[in-house]
Design a protein around this ligand. Sequence first.
Ligand SMILES: *[C@@H]1O[C@H](CO)[C@@H](O)[C@H](O)[C@H]1NC(C)=O
Ligand SMILES: *[C@@H]1O[C@H](CO)[C@@H](O)[C@H](O)[C@H]1NC(C)=O
Ligand SMILES: *[C@@H]1O[C@H](CO)[C@@H](O)[C@H](O)[C@H]1NC(C)=O
Ligand SMILES: *[C@@H]1O[C@H](CO)[C@@H](O)[C@H](O)[C@H]1NC(C)=O
Ligand SMILES: *[C@@H]1O[C@H](CO)[C@@H](O)[C@H](O)[C@H]1NC(C)=O
Length: 300
Amino acid sequence: MHFFALTATLLLPLASQAIDIISSNDDGWAEVNIRSLYSALTAAGHSVVISAPAENESGTGSSTRTPTVLTEACEFDSCPVGSPAYGYNASQPRFNYVNSYPATSIQYGIQNLSTKFFDGVPDLAVTGPNVGNNLALTVLFSGTVGAAVSAVESGIPAIAFSGDTGSQTAWNVSPTPLYSQVYAELATTLTDHLIASGAPPYLPPDIWLNVNFPAVSNDSCNSADQFSFVLSRIYTAVPLISGADVETCGSTRLPTETAVVDTAGCYVAVSVGNTDKRDGNATQQAVVLDKLSDLLVCLP
Ligand SMILES: *[C@@H]1O[C@H](CO)[C@@H](O)[C@H](O)[C@H]1NC(C)=O
Ligand SMILES: *[C@@H]1O[C@H](CO)[C@@H](O)[C@H](O)[C@H]1NC(C)=O
Ligand SMILES: *[C@@H]1O[C@H](CO)[C@@H](O)[C@H](O)[C@H]1NC(C)=O
Ligand SMILES: *[C@@H]1O[C@H](CO)[C@@H](O)[C@H](O)[C@H]1NC(C)=O
Ligand SMILES: *[C@@H]1O[C@H](CO)[C@@H](O)[C@H](O)[C@H]1NC(C)=O
């Protein structure tokens, strides 16, 4: 972990510390959203390394497989056919691909790239922003979630980000789509609040955050400062079976993340997940509520 120089601290009132962050996704290393997030987190002072699939691996959950030589080009022609199983951008070695699934890709980042770029294992893992929301049952199939859970299982706190707007788009599209910039900025805001909330580890053990951004359009929800963050749960609670949620906003039942992103306005859903890809319990939610208390609001 490195601490900001004085000048950077003055420019960035919130980010008190620069940390080492491993980044992955399931849409692939050359998808614009992961590159936008890299730029935003790096601009906020963090040391970020991308270790993500060479191809679109959407929907591959927690699958793992030994990486193989590319039998076709990487997505968007971002590497030629015949490229090695692991590769990187020669002019930006922090952009790494792994020709495998998201969970395998992030493990390569944690186990191998960390020794090259970081002073030990990463402080935090971020995945996405996924193209399309990962709400409720889709959490079980998402590779973006699978990579986050894989990081947590290796002891690295993790946040999975997903956004409603957009389709899979190459990294070098110009200009960068508005939604991609807004989602990167929102993800950086949440990440910096979590970092500022106390010393590592930034989350309780075996816990990750499932963060879903609602739609961005040219007419509404078109800049990060219009959004608010709401603590939510992944699944609809089952009466008499689901335990109580943490008490907040006058209730011991959190809104579902689907309800949050569907509420009129610009509300980001922040759910607390466990390694079974189920909702974390009230104790675990309480830690997150406390850490993000200055960021979270109640739904209207
Ligand atoms: C990526 O993979 C998913 C799941 O197979 C598929 O639905 C989607 O259309 C693919 N995206 C592209 C751009 O091919
Ligand atoms: C590699 O990095 C260079 C320099 O940042 C950039 O111009 C190029 O588009 C990148 N290519 C890929 C596939 O990341
Ligand atoms: C990554 O590191 C692990 C643990 O040190 C090692 O066993 C493995 O061979 C490395 N993988 C690659 C592709 O270098
Ligand atoms: C927003 O405006 C841009 C630039 O004019 C356009 O390309 C894009 O399609 C618009 N997006 C929506 C959702 O209308
Ligand atoms: C929540 O889970 C943690 C970890 O398993 C446990 O220590 C804690 O007691 C649980 N809290 C509740 C309210 O079940």
